[in-house]
Ligand binder design. Structure first.
Ligand SMILES: NC(=O)C1=CN([C@@H]2O[C@H](COP(=O)(O)OP(=O)(O)OC[C@H]3O[C@@H](n4cnc5c(N)ncnc54)[C@H](OP(=O)(O)O)[C@@H]3O)[C@@H](O)[C@H]2O)C=CC1
Ligand SMILES: Nc1nc(=O)c2c([nH]1)NC[C@@H]1CN(c3ccc(C(=O)N[C@@H](CCC(=O)O)C(=O)O)cc3)C=[N+]21
Ligand SMILES: [Mg+2]
Length: 284
């Protein structure tokens, strides 16, 4: 293996240590950061993530609430819950685990969250703020990726960053953040023609697609930094990314693993955003 391993486990742990200290300080001032996670239905993967979020927030000394609903809950009931959490002073962050059941309009639910408690950064107000460079909440996965890039000392100025994927929660916001750091950004997606030719030009390649091991050494320029956002299962039902790690590690200069890469950073930055939200209540 020639590439440097970018460990989200290690980098995340470092960040969480400083979060713990800031949580303690805030508690001395009488504020305990509180996170509410809303989970609808019983998808096992969602359950794993949510349990992870709960555990981590408790470990850091935060207050954490899990609100679970049967899959059959109506949109109205869900909106009522969000309204209650919006006005609950013990809650600084509200996360509604996605995806939601078919009969519920995700957009309506996200829009109902008070933007000042939207620690996912999914509300249109926060998406807009990110677009125009105003302070709001940065979505956790892109935020975590930026922390990893910073940690390895990769200077984005003038570099070609290629993002594969254009979802509202990963692809679009990560491209925006890379642009803010003066990278030249190219987005690729399912209609992109000749993907490898474009990705081969990347100094930094971010894969956020959801296709197991689709990115091989054929897609990667020698010495590129590769960030793998994908969480998939391979043919043996083993967790894997969008990047064929064993192949790409031979050609990249640095690469994130799956598991242990972007995933743990996402959870960490959710905690960072919840803390930030609680700190802001004292600034007002
Ligand atoms: N590690 C973490 O913390 C997180 C991991 N994830 C994982 O990241 C992955 C992406 O998630 P998310 O953004 O929500 O996914 P979406 O399904 O919303 O978006 C996938 C994107 O990939 C594009 N795409 C699909 N097929 C191809 C292809 N063959 N070539 C090029 N582009 C393609 C789609 O294009 P188009 O727009 O044209 O349809 C779309 O823009 C998933 O595996 C998910 O599980 C997600 C969130 C957090
Ligand atoms: N409102 C909302 N916010 C989200 O941030 C959100 C969401 N909905 N829906 C689903 C996606 C996915 N996501 C992950 C977070 C952590 C890991 C993670 O920690 N993964 C571990 C492995 C976990 C395992 O073993 O399955 C790792 O990569 O090391 C993965 C995926 C957040 N998401
Ligand atoms: Mg839906």
């Amino acid at each position: 293996m020639s590439a440097e391993l970018i460990s989200g486990k290690t980098i995340g742990e470092e960040i969480r240590q400083s979060i713990t200290q800031r949580v303690d300080k805030l508690k001395e001032l009488g504020v305990t950061p509180g996170l509410a996670v809303v989970l609808v239905g019983n998808d096992p993967a969602s359950h794993t993530y949510v349990t992870n979020k709960q555990k981590t927030s408790k470990k850091l000394g935060m207050h954490s609430e899990l609100i679970e609903f049967d899959e059959s809950i109506s949109q109205e009931e869900l909106l009522n819950t969000i309204n209650r959490l919006n006005t609950d002073d013990s809650i600084h962050g509200i996360l509604v685990q996605l995806p939601l059941p078919e009969h519920i309009e995700e957009r309506a639910v996200i829009a109902a969250i008070d933007p000042s408690k939207d620690v996912d950064g999914f509300h249109p107000i926060n998406a807009g703020k990110l677009m125009i460079g105003e302070e709001g909440f940065i979505p956790c996965t892109p935020f975590g990726i930026m922390k990893m890039i910073e940690k390895i000392g990769f200077d984005l100025k003038g570099k070609h960053a290629v993002v594969i994927g254009r979802s509202n929660i990963v692809g679009k916001p990560i491209g925006q953040l890379l642009l803010q750091q003066d990278a030249t950004v190219t987005y690729c997606h399912s209609k992109t023609v000749d993907l490898p030719t474009i990705t081969k030009q990347a100094d930094l390649l971010v894969a956020a697609v959801g296709r197991p091991k689709m990115i091989t050494s054929e897609h990667v320029k020698e010495g590129a930094v590769v960030i793998d956002v994908g969480i998939n299962r391979d043919e043996n039902n083993k967790l894997c990314g969008d990047v064929d790690f064993d192949d790409v590690k031979e050609i990249a200069s640095a690469i994130t693993p799956v598991p242990g890469g972007v995933g743990p950073m996402t959870i960490t930055m959710l905690m960072a955003n919840t803390l930030l939200s609680a700190e802001r209540t004292l600034q007002k």
